[in-house]
Design a protein around this ligand. Structure first.
Ligand SMILES: Nc1ncnc2c1ncn2[C@@H]1O[C@H](COP(=O)(O)OP(=O)(O)OP(=O)(O)O)[C@@H](O)[C@H]1O
Ligand SMILES: [Mg+2]
Length: 509
């Protein structure tokens, strides 16, 4: 008896639903847009009166169709991990500037999520646009996510869950995006229509910290410093400092400064802005460039000592070289004339402009930025430029140590030990060689080249370097001079001892 009643009940429910759907389809097809809207609204009001569930919708576009909503994109990314596992109907999407395809839930699929004991359901809907006066539908449908939860979780969803979705979604988007390498050097300032301040290419440098030749402890310290920085948004806000950090990488050519920048960008998933200071016309342009830099980025100024003339001595050196037999005054006049004629081609960025760029008020916009300077001559830099707070961490990249060599050997030759290692260790203790030279010696020149041959090449390079250093030393001693390296340092020191001012008159070369 009960079974018959149940069957009857289901039949009644089924037929009511079917009739309702039929009526609704007729309404959707034949009723004018305004009537349909009105009916939909009334029905929602009626249902929400009895319904204990709350709905939140997140539209794909904000205002115009040009602005895709950040919130929608974050929800889409957040749900993609859930969709991949649980949805039965999926859609394959690849966003602009994304390097990865994403599987998102298809329309009208329902996905459930759990958060702090609450069950939350998500459905992707479509919405037809308002028809135009002539009745045509020129715009395609738009989509929106509908989030449903019981009203008892209202506060928790508003305060924690939505924030959690946005944060996770943004993280996924950052991970999936195609990172870029930007430069300001390739811009034609006089082109019309105006070119953007930065031009970009996909950033595809493969350097990783694992492959950087360096003492393990020092490397670990740098990695931890970088990771701590990237996770310290709240800390920087609490102490009232802009969320940025400066790194000064210094050392001889070929010791891995540029390689380390690429490894930093890969570790943190950041974009790289390679700032060519000599292509910046003045401080205002520098500020404009700064404004356009987004967060999660590394701003790099390579060879900073060559870009900025603080004392004028390098300019003097150049003048002396060019004028050998001419008198200095005449040459200076010539230089001024040239400057006047090609005035606009000379950068007028000043040291104070650069200091402002690094830690002035404008430098705080965007957040989560790392600024890296590289130089071969740290002693030539103005102390104001590299003081802690501007360049927070000074990292010396020096000649290859035996530990560094072992990293390269493992990388290039896939060996961690070899009878020739002892000899290499001994030679490395006696002479200096850059990691770039070690890497070159270990590079296989043909697929058949074996480990022993590569290591022998390195031994040969080390012996040559040792001989060269000895010959140089002997030559200097015979001339009654101190060793060349110390000599050049002394010379540089003497030159930089001239008072260095931070006035706006110091200009770029
Ligand atoms: N520490 C290192 N670890 C691994 N590879 C290195 C290291 N240093 C140099 N190399 C190798 O040598 C090449 C040159 O290195 P890199 O361009 O990073 O040197 P640099 O210090 O930036 O030199 P410069 O001062 O001339 O700009 C790189 O392609 C890299 O393969
Ligand atoms: Mg370099």
């Amino acid at each position: 008896m009960a079974a018959i009643t149940m069957a009857e009940m289901w039949t009644t429910v089924g037929s009511t639903m079917a009739s309702f759907m039929f009526v609704w389809t007729i309404i959707r097809q034949y009723c004018p847009y305004e009537v349909r809207q009105h009916l939909e609204k009334s029905m929602h009001r009626l249902m929400s009166f009895f319904n204990p569930y709350i709905h939140v919708s997140i539209d794909e576009f904000m205002g115009t169709r040009l602005n895709r909503s950040e919130a929608y994109a974050a929800v889409e990314a957040y749900l993609s991990t859930n969709s991949e596992k649980n949805a039965k109907r999926l859609k394959l999407e690849m966003e602009k500037d994304s390097k990865k395809i994403v599987l998102t839930m298809d329309e009208y699929q329902k996905l459930t999520d759990e958060f702090q004991g609450a069950e939350i359901s998500w459905v992707l809907h479509t919405k037809s646009p308002k028809p135009m006066r002539n009745g045509n539908n020129s715009q395609p449908e738009t989509r929106y996510y509908n989030l449903t939860f019981h009203k008892r979780y209202r506060e928790m969803i508003a305060e924690s869950y939505l924030e959690h979705v946005m944060k996770k979604g943004k993280e996924i988007r950052v991970k999936n995006r195609q990172r870029k390498l930007y430069t300001n050097g390739a811009r034609d300032k006089y082109a019309w229509p105006r070119q953007p301040m930065w031009s970009d290419v996909p950033f595809e440098h493969p350097a990783r910290f694992e492959s950087v030749a360096m003492e393990a402890e020092k490397k670990q310290e740098i990695i931890e410093d970088l990771l701590t920085f990237s996770q310290s948004k709240d800390f920087y806000a609490r102490i009232g400092r802009a969320w940025k950090r400066g790194y000064l990488l210094y050392g001889p050519p070929g010791t891995g400064k540029s390689t380390m920048i690429a490894a930093m960008a890969n570790l943190l998933n950041y974009d790289v802005y390679d700032l060519e200071l000599t292509a910046v016309e003045n401080n205002t342009e520098l500020k404009k460039l700064l404004i356009e830099i987004t967060g999660k980025s590394i701003i790099v100024i390579e060879d900073i000592d060559c870009s900025l003339d603080l004392t004028g001595h390098r300019k003097k050196k150049k003048t002396e070289k060019e004028t050998e037999d001419k008198n200095e005054e005449e040459e200076e006049k010539k230089q001024t004339d040239l400057k006047n004629r090609e005035g606009e081609r000379f950068s007028k960025v000043t040291l104070s402009g650069l200091l402002n760029f690094i830690d002035g008020l404008w430098s705080a916009c965007g957040g989560e930025r790392i600024i890296v300077f590289t130089t071969n001559h740290v002693e030539k830099l103005d102390p104001a430029l590299i003081r802690r707070g501007r360049m927070d961490k000074h990292i010396e990249l020096s000649y290859c140590s035996f530990e560094g060599f072992k990293v390269l050997a493992k990388n290039y030759l896939l060996v961690e030990a070899h009878p020739l290692f002892d000899m290499i260790q001994q030679l490395m203790g006696e002479t200096e060689i850059t990691p770039a030279d070690v890497a070159e010696a270990l590079m296989r020149k043909s697929p058949r080249e074996d480990v022993e041959k590569s290591l022998s090449k390195l031994i040969q390079a080390l012996e040559e370097a040792k001989k060269e250093a000895a010959a140089k030393k002997a030559e200097e001693e015979s001339r009654g001079k101190a060793p060349a390296k110390d000599d050049s340092l002394l010379q540089d020191k003497k030159e930089t001892e001239e008072p260095q001012s931070l006035d706006d008159g110091a200009v770029l070369l």
